[in-house]
Design a binder for this molecule. Structure first.
Ligand code: SF4
Ligand code: SF4
Length: 121
């Protein structure tokens, strides 16, 4: 969980990672996607159309980055899309590039008191 908001809500008002990285994946993952959404990269890798350019923006991203967005092929999105997690380092990098403040994962911030714990009976 992120500070104040759920990860899902954070992504729905962001979309920065869909408009920052080249989103590449093993070509076979693209078989489940609309053909015009996929660009061949190498013999074994493809990427999302729109992400292999200087100012990337995935063709499947709908809406305005930093305001309200949705993925128009969410169920078919690649493993690369699923890898980026709200609050992780990739997320922070993408958000920074879009002048959005980094998200803070409160689970990471919660200190553990397991160390130095003395059982008294
Ligand atoms: S950059 Fe982070 S918060 Fe924004 S959509 Fe991607 S994972 Fe979600
Ligand atoms: S397929 Fe969807 S989740 Fe993946 S980069 Fe494009 S808009 Fe983002």
């Amino acid at each position: 969980m992120l500070s104040q908001i759920s990860a899902q809500d954070a992504c729905l008002s962001c979309g920065a990672c869909c408009a920052f990285f080249r989103v590449s994946f093993y070509w076979a993952e693209g078989e489940a996607m609309p053909p015009d959404y996929v660009e061949p990269l190498t013999a074994v890798y493809s990427c999302m159309q729109g992400t292999n350019q200087k100012q990337p923006r995935c063709i499947a991203l709908d809406g305005v980055v930093g305001q309200q967005v949705s993925c128009t092929m969410y169920e078919q999105r690649s493993s690369s899309c699923k890898e980026v997690q709200a609050g992780d380092a990739q997320c922070a990098k993408a958000r920074q590039a879009h002048n959005l403040i980094p998200l803070i994962d409160i689970n990471v911030m919660t200190p553990s008191n397991d160390e130095d714990f003395d059982q008294v009976c």
